[in-house]
Structures are given as structure tokens and as C-alpha cells.
Ligand binder design. Structure first.
Ligand SMILES: [Zn+2]
Length: 292
């Protein structure tokens, strides 16, 4: 049998066999039995011993629930303990760490727990406050202020949907964090007093400049000859007159109204003109009637 080429499925399978690992889907958690392949697993789940255990569990929902709960607890404990031991509070890709976890031959298999997928379990860790969980979308996210580390992390996290970081709640870790905060606050105190000092210096400079300006203005005022102020008073024009429809003129006059006589000439002329015209037409009509 020839040696499998590096990177192929065959190569990985051989490696897993060499390590004593097999595919997770060929593992029976009920019997805690690892099968080598699909065929082996099929044979196992039809075996009397397996069927008996399944029947027992099916008849006892309480037992089944307890079993799943037990496995879930064990799985979580082992997962978190390994995370804390090997990475501390450092951020790591969830899937990458999961590979580390299943590297242990005797690990609890996730398909025996209440979590259907790694993402579900990881979210549970976040919700429980055990880990800081960051879900990565399609857009690139800044993971660290340090650029060099950033690049490293990006390579590591390529294809990772979640990154996790253990939150150390031990008294030792809390004391360490408090110390860090105190140092930080001392630093900020120093910074703020420096800033206050700088502000005072700036204010003093500004005051000096203002004083100089005031002095120079006063000097210019003293030197200048006082010229007489010229006043100009212009005649205020008459307010506009308003003519009403009836011909009456309203002349606003300092708050009171002067009412002028209507323009009798124009009105009278119009009336007389119309009267004469009508009279002429009547005469013509009468003449026309005589001729008929
Ligand atoms: Zn079984």
C-alpha cells in the first residue's frame, strides 16, 4: 500500500488512525465506543448491547435527560479547563481550539451533549460569562491595537466565525486586574495634572498678548487728533396717500387720518358723459322708429 499524499483525505485519515483518533460521527457515546469507520459504526448500532442500552434510555426519559446533562457538564468543564490551561485569557479561534480539545483521545464528544453545534456551545459560553465571545462578520474587525499581533491573529483566525477568550474570575486574577487599573488611574492622574499645568501656561500667554494689545490701542487713542463729528439730517418724505374705491383719499398723518374730499371732477365728468351718451342713443332709436 503506497503512502498517502500530504493533505489528502486519506493522509488525514491515516494520521488519525495513527493517533488512535477516528471520526467523531463514528463514536457511540451511549456505549462510549469508537468505531473505525462507517461500516463499523453501522454494525455497532445494530449490536444487541447497543440496542439494549438505547431501549433502556428510551424507556426512561429522565435517565436520558440526566445523561445528556452530565455529558454537557463534563464537556464544558474539560473544554474550559483546557482553554484556561493552554491559552489563559488570550483570544483564540473557537474552531481552532476545538481541534486542540478533540486532540485528547478521551474527550467527551459534542454529539452526546445538548449542544448541536460548536457555535451553539460557544454562544452558551458567552451568555454564561465564562468566555468573551466575538462573532466575526464578513467585514474585517480590529482585534488588537498592536498591529503586528493583528496580522498574526488574522492569519490564525482566517475562516473562524467565533473567537473566544477565557475570563479568569479567580481571586488572583481579579487582584491582578485591580492592580492594573490602579496603575492606569495613577497614570491618568499624572496626565491630567500635566494638562492642567499646560492650560495655565497657555492662559498666562493669552493674557499677556491681550494686555499688550490693550496698551497699543490706548496709545493710538491718545495720539490721535479728535475730529469733529459731522451730523447730517435729511428731510423726511411725505407718507404715501391711499385712495379708497369710492374715491375718498386717506392721508396718514402721525397716527391720525385726514379725510380729503372725493375727486368730484373725475366722478362728475364720468357720470355726465354716460348720461349724454345714453340720451344720444335714445334719440337715434326714436328717429329710426319714425322712418319705419
Ligand atoms: Zn453504542
Amino acid at each position: 500500500m503506497g503512502k498517502a499524499e500530504f493533505g489528502t483525505a486519506k493522509y488525514v485519515a491515516n494520521k488519525m488512525k495513527a493517533k488512535g483518533l477516528s471520526k467523531l460521527k463514528f463514536y457511540c457515546q451511549i456505549c462510549e465506543k469508537q468505531c473505525r469507520d462507517d461500516n463499523g459504526f453501522k454494525c455497532h448500532i445494530e449490536s444487541p448491547s447497543h440496542l439494549r442500552k438505547v431501549k433502556e434510555l428510551a424507556q426512561d426519559p429522565m435517565k436520558r435527560r440526566n445523561m445528556i446533562e452530565d455529558y454537557s457538564k463534563q464537556f464544558q468543564n474539560d473544554f474550559v479547563r483546557l482553554l484556561k490551561m493552554s491559552h489563559g485569557e488570550k483570544e483564540i479561534g473557537a474552531n481552532r481550539f476545538y481541534q486542540e480539545y478533540i486532540g485528547n483521545k478521551e474527550h467527551i464528544h459534542m454529539n452526546s451533549t445538548k449542544w448541536k453545534a460548536l457555535s451553539q456551545f460557544v454562544k452558551h459560553l458567552g451568555d454564561s460569562g465564562i468566555c468573551t465571545v466575538i462573532e466575526h462578520g464578513k467585514e474585517e474587525t480590529d482585534l488588537d491595537e498592536n498591529e503586528e499581533e493583528d496580522e498574526e491573529e488574522e492569519e490564525e483566525l482566517s475562516g473562524e466565525k467565533f473567537t473566544i477568550a477565557y475570563i479568569d474570575k479567580s481571586s488572583e486574577a481579579i487582584r491582578r486586574k485591580e492592580l492594573g487599573k490602579q496603575k492606569q488611574s495613577v497614570k491618568t492622574d499624572e496626565e491630567s495634572s500635566l494638562a492642567r499645568l499646560q492650560e495655565q501656561i497657555n492662559r498666562a500667554k493669552r493674557n499677556h498678548v491681550e494686555e499688550e494689545e490693550e496698551k497699543s490701542v490706548n496709545k493710538r487713542l491718545r495720539d490721535a487728533n479728535h475730529e469733529p463729528i459731522k451730523l447730517s439730517i435729511s428731510k423726511v418724505s411725505d407718507p404715501p396717500r391711499t385712495i379708497m374705491k369710492c374715491g375718498m383719499r386717506i392721508k396718514p398723518d402721525f397716527g391720525a387720518f385726514k379725510i380729503a374730499k372725493p375727486d368730484s371732477n373725475k366722478l362728475g365728468f364720468k357720470k355726465a358723459d354716460v348720461f349724454k351718451k345714453e340720451n344720444r342713443e335714445a334719440k337715434i332709436k326714436v328717429n329710426a322708429g319714425d322712418k319705419k
